[in-house]
Every structure is written in C-alpha cells, then in structure tokens.
Design a protein around this ligand. Structure first.
Ligand SMILES: Cc1cc2nc3c(=O)[nH]c(=O)nc-3n(C[C@H](O)[C@H](O)[C@H](O)COP(=O)(O)OP(=O)(O)OC[C@H]3O[C@@H](n4cnc5c(N)ncnc54)[C@H](O)[C@@H]3O)c2cc1C
Length: 454
C-alpha cells in the first residue's frame, strides 16, 4: 500500500496537534515531517524561568479555557489524555481609578449591560458559536465600540472595557460586537472557566511532541510552496545557508495569519487564493508581556487570586504568576497589555517598561517596588487576531482549503480561523486531521481499485 507523505509547516500547537490527531485518525500508512523555523517546538506557548531564581512564568499563552461546564471540551480532553495535571485559575478584581463604592445608578447600569449580554447569548449558544457559518448575527456587523457607547455611565463603560481589553488584544472600534460580548461573557463561570497546567503550559506541546511519530526539521524556515506538475506540493526552506526542497502528497500550513505573506506561494491560482485568505483574516492584534520577579508576593494581603485587572494602559491583566506553580520563595507579577497600548509601548526600552508597570500598581501596593529582583519582557506585536474567524464567517472547508481546485491537498490550520485561542487551534487541527485522514483513505482505495482492474 502507498505511504503518503504529509508535510506540516510550523511546529507550534497547531502543527503538533495536527500531527498528533492525524496519527489517531489515519487508517492508511503515512509519514509526517514537521518543518519548524526555530530551534524549538511549541510556538507561542513558552514557559520560561528567571535567571536570578528558578522561578517559572508564562511568556506567551497563559491560560486555558474550559468549556466542559456546557459541553464536551476537546482541549480539556486532550490535556487529560496526555496525563497533564491542571489547576483552576480565578480572578474577579477590576481595579479602576476613582471611587471604590459605586453609586446605585452605576450598579444598575452594569446589571443592565450584563442582562443584555446574557440575553443575547446563552452559555450553549456561546459554546456552539464557532461552528456556525454563513448566517451572521447582526452584531457581527456592528463594532464593539458601538456596544460600549450604549453604556451611558462613564465608570461602568470604563469597567467593562478594562475587564476585556487584554483579551481582545485590539481596540473596541477594530473588532465586532460579537467578539467583544463573547469576551465579556467569558468572565462568567456559567459560560467558561480558566485553568493552567501544573509545571507550565509548555508541557502541552512537549507531551504532544513526545507522542508524535514525525521527522522534525528544526531551523528550516519555509520560503516557498508550489504545486508540482504531478499534483504534489513542493516546499522550499532554508537551513542555515542551505536551500532544502521536499515534496509531499499533502501539506498543512500551521502558521499564524500574519506570517502567511512571508511565504512565496507559487503559481497565480495559489498566490491569489493565499492573498485573499490572508486579507479575510487580516485584523492584526498585539500583546506585550512584562513579567517581574519580586523577593516576595507583597500583594497577597490585598489580592489573592490568579490574576486581576488594572485600568492602566486602556485595561490590562496582571497575572500572579507565582500562584500558578505553588512557588513560595518569590513573588511574580506578569502584566499583559493588549491592543494599541501594547503596540505603542513595545518600542520602549525594557527599563522604561518596568518603571511604567511598577507605577501602574495601586497606591496601597507601591511599597512592593523595593522587592524588585528581575524583569523579562516579551513583545508580541501583530501576533494574534483581533477579529477571529473573519467577516463574514466561512464554511469549515473554505476556511481550511484556500484553493480547492488545483491545490486540494494544501490545508491551513490556525487559531485565527476560530477564536484566537488554543481551543480554536485544536478545533482547526481536528478538522484538518479528519479531512486528511479521510482523503488519504479515499485516495488509497482509488489506487487499489485501479491496480485490481488492470
Ligand atoms: C502573548 C500571548 C498570550 C496568549 N494567551 C493565550 C491564552 O492565555 N490562552 C490561549 O488559549 N491562547 C493564547 N494565545 C494564543 C495562542 O498562543 C495561539 O492560539 C497558539 O499559539 C496558536 O498556535 P499556532 O501553532 O497556530 O501558531 P504559533 O504558536 O505561532 O506557532 C507557529 C510556529 O510556526 C513557526 N514558523 C513561523 N514561520 C515559519 C516558517 N516560515 N517556516 C516554518 N516554521 C515557521 C514558528 O516558529 C512557530 O513555532 C496567546 C498568544 C499570545 C501571543
């Protein structure tokens, strides 16, 4: 029987999940090759350590979303299948400048907004929303800014914006009402809960890599992809100064949308299809992470949760990184800035950023500045998508096969096709792996039938 060659471009979560699931679903033999530009697997999942002390922090993805309260959750199931222990994360505190006690009319305005959000989408509709295509909600056409503008009370509007700004990673006028409201509802445990992986989220790609039977080509940056005359896909990469060419029966491009134009797509049909695919999802959004190691967790008397929100930098999330791995020798706070503030401040020096983060702490935590030990900065400009699944939402086939006529064996996988999260990239990898397994099976059957009739 034929052994299919499958090339996977990108060794981030999307590429690894695709390889892992294909291994599960395939009914015919295949060989997988992962081409990874860097010298590590895991992409934007990076669990790092400080130099001054063996204390961990998350430099990229920092939380996993758990939908199992509503229905089956494939990511939760995958984490369990890989035997990774988890811990729930929580955080309800939103620290805004101004009065701590709200006037009754402000409380009423927040309750009204909250009611409206829930009436718009139930936990089940929220859970199911990534899978609907074609029929768009009228809120898809409206900006989230227009929803915020309907909140007449300034304090409440600022509170809601602070709560979700770092989740959106973009500005309210640059995304739609649907995405904004979904991110607001995510704070309600009836819709979704948060958790982390003990010992670091990078254990997820590490465990996947351990179980995948694939050739991994590190330091192979893919430059060009094109169809060969016999319908295979040729992938050209660079390894140091050396050009490398490989041909595959099927190729999966598991890269974030903003990196698709860094590849030359050979032939007019593919070049045009990839240009249109990229344009449909081109809503660049930005993150900036500043993580600081302190001698001790000086904030715990006031705040004892996995994270809290600050209204500085248009709304940012501050993670108590030291709470996630049971570290009791030091304290670690990680600021996650999103949107314009992240893009703008990324240009500042590390020292300037650290000073700004310390300044952003409320007055009752300012004494903690003296506990500073070390800081790590991670700049993630354009690395995520500010309006995932694009507009209008497309069918799953159209999302994953950009040029079905001459390149039906070239698929894309990415979180930007769903919701910009690890759950989304798993949904995408699952679709691609099932599709590939079915197609490999059909082709194998066809060639077997041809051999028999000869
Ligand atoms: C700061 C930040 C915080 C986040 N927080 C969360 C969170 O809390 N929860 C959550 O669910 N999601 C979060 N995300 C999103 C999450 O990181 C992504 O959903 C996930 O990483 C997408 O996986 P991917 O494989 O598609 O892309 P990536 O993780 O970007 O992996 C792509 C891989 O392709 C490689 N590559 C790039 N170019 C080439 C090339 N030309 N040739 C070969 N290889 C190439 C890269 O080196 C990388 O290894 C966050 C993202 C960021 C930036």
């Amino acid at each position: 029987m034929n052994c299919w060659n499958v090339g996977i471009i990108g060794g981030g979560p999307g590429g690894l999940m695709t390889a892992y699931l294909l291994q599960k679903y395939a009914t015919v033999p295949f060989r997988a090759t992962i081409l990874e530009a860097s010298s590590r697997l895991g992409g934007k999942i990076i669990t790092n350590q400080f130099a001054a002390a063996p204390v961990m922090y998350e430099a990229g993805a920092a939380e996993l979303y758990d939908y199992s309260v509503v229905g089956p959750d494939p990511l939760r199931a995958l984490v369990a299948e890989l035997g990774l222990p988890t811990t729930p994360m929580d955080g309800n505190k939103v620290i805004t400048a101004g009065a701590d006690e709200w006037e009754p009319h402000a409380v009423e305005a927040l309750e009204q907004f909250d009611r409206r959000a829930r009436e718009w989408m139930s936990p089940w509709q929220f859970y199911d929303s990534d899978w609907t295509a074609g029929e768009c909600d009228p809120l898809d056409r409206q900006s989230f800014q227009s929803v915020l503008a309907e909140i007449l009370d300034d304090t409440v509007r600022r509170y809601v914006q602070t709560m979700i700004h770092s989740d959106l990673a973009t500005e309210p006028h640059l995304t739609n009402a649907t995405y904004g409201l979904q991110n607001y509802l995510m704070n309600d445990p009836a819709y979704m809960r948060l958790y982390t992986i003990d010992g670091g989220i990078e254990r997820l790609p590490q465990e996947l890599a351990r179980r995948i039977d694939a050739e991994v080509l590190f330091d192979h940056r893919v430059r060009r992809v094109e169809r060969t005359p016999d319908g295979c896909v040729r992938v050209s990469s660079r390894h140091g100064n050396k050009p490398v060419e490989r041909e595959f029966d099927f190729v999966v491009v598991a890269l974030p949308n903003h990196l698709l134009p860094t590849i030359e797509w050979g032939g007019d049909a593919l070049a045009d299809a990839m240009r249109r695919h990229h344009a449909h999802y081109n809503y660049p959004a930005h993150y900036l992470r500043i993580t600081i190691l302190f001698e001790c967790p000086f904030w715990r008397k006031h705040i004892n949760e996995s994270y809290f929100m600050l209204d500085a930098f248009d709304g940012c999330c501050v993670y108590d990184e030291s709470s996630r791995n049971g570290n009791d020798t030091h304290g670690v706070l990680g600021w996650l800035l999103g949107g314009d503030a992240a893009a703008r401040l990324s240009r500042l020096s590390d020292n300037e950023l650290v000073a700004m983060m310390l300044d952003s702490l409320p007055s009752y935590l300012q004494h903690g500045r003296t506990e500073f030990v070390e800081a790590k900065i991670h700049r993630w400009a354009s690395a995520v998508n500010g309006m995932p699944s694009g507009y209008p939402t497309r069918s799953l086939d159209t999302r994953h096969v950009p040029e079905p006529t001459r390149h039906p064996n070239l698929l894309v996988v990415g979180d930007y096709l769903f919701d910009s999260t690890l759950n989304g990239v798993l949904d995408s990898a699952d679709f691609a792996a099932e599709w590939l397994a079915a197609e490999m099976g059909h082709r194998a059957n066809r060639s077997e039938r041809r051999t028999k009739t000869r």
